[in-house]
Write a protein that binds this ligand. Structure first.
Ligand SMILES: C[S@@+](CC[C@H](N)C(=O)[O-])C[C@H]1O[C@@H](n2cnc3c(N)ncnc32)[C@H](O)[C@@H]1O
Length: 201
């Protein structure tokens, strides 16, 4: 599914997402773990930030100035309402380029919607946006081979895909990052993984 189509689906559930997730702690412990690797806590980017502003709240508490991008205009409209002090863009992470250097880039449950052929570009853009020593944290499907699935959520059909853990490791190395943490954070029966890596160059 093209990212723009995914964005249209999230447009339709952006308000619901905001109400459901504004106070949600889902992924926050994992975000805090990523923050522990960051020595220079100046600027962070939330990729696929959604409408609830919850990761932005957490990162601001750690002293970051936080920017957000999302492919859904409605998600960004809500995020702007909650965080007028932040800079936002409606953009697909696989196409997005920036001159800004970030000390932390997080993509919680967003890049897993990309079609298989766009994951590499998205990961490259996130790694390229890191300052030296900067940290990237993202979630992905925990298979060992590339795979894709689809599912219905809030009445919308969504697609998900993953390159598989070995390929993310290879790409992170290629893009100048070392892996710091990998975890099946929902246990052995749910193939949901989050990865933390750090730019070394
Ligand atoms: C499951 S929601 C997660 C929202 C937020 N990260 C959270 O945890 O509350 C997925 C978000 O990723 C965004 N997204 C999906 N594909 C994207 C892409 N290619 N580039 C940027 N954002 C994307 C969606 O619009 C949606 O807001």
């Amino acid at each position: 599914m093209k990212p723009e189509v995914t964005g249209e689906k999230y447009n339709r559930i952006a308000e619901w997402w905001r109400q459901q997730h504004e106070a949600s702690g889902y992924g926050v412990e994992q975000l805090r773990r990523a923050v522990t690797w960051v020595t220079n806590r100046k600027r962070a980017l939330d990729v696929g930030c959604g409408s609830s502003g919850r990761f932005i709240n957490e990162l601001q508490e750690h002293g970051f100035q936080v920017d957000g991008i999302d492919i859904s205009e409605e998600m960004i409209r809500h995020a702007r309402e909650l965080h007028p002090e932040s800079e936002f863009a409606v953009a697909d992470i696989s196409q997005w380029k920036t001159e800004t250097e970030y000390d932390l880039v997080c993509a919680w449950d967003s890049t897993f919607h990309l079609p298989l052929d766009l994951h590499e570009a998205a990961l490259k853009n996130m790694c390229n946006a890191l300052a030296p020593g900067g940290v990237v944290m993202f979630t992905c499907g925990g298979s060992h081979e590339p795979s894709k699935i689809s599912g219905t959520f809030q009445g919308e059909d969504f697609e998900y895909s993953t390159l598989g853990i070995p390929e993310y490791f290879r790409l992170l190395h290629q893009f100048g990052c070392v892996v710091r943490h990998v975890e099946f954070d929902q246990g052995p029966t749910e193939p949901h993984v989050y990865m933390i890596a750090q730019r070394t160059e």
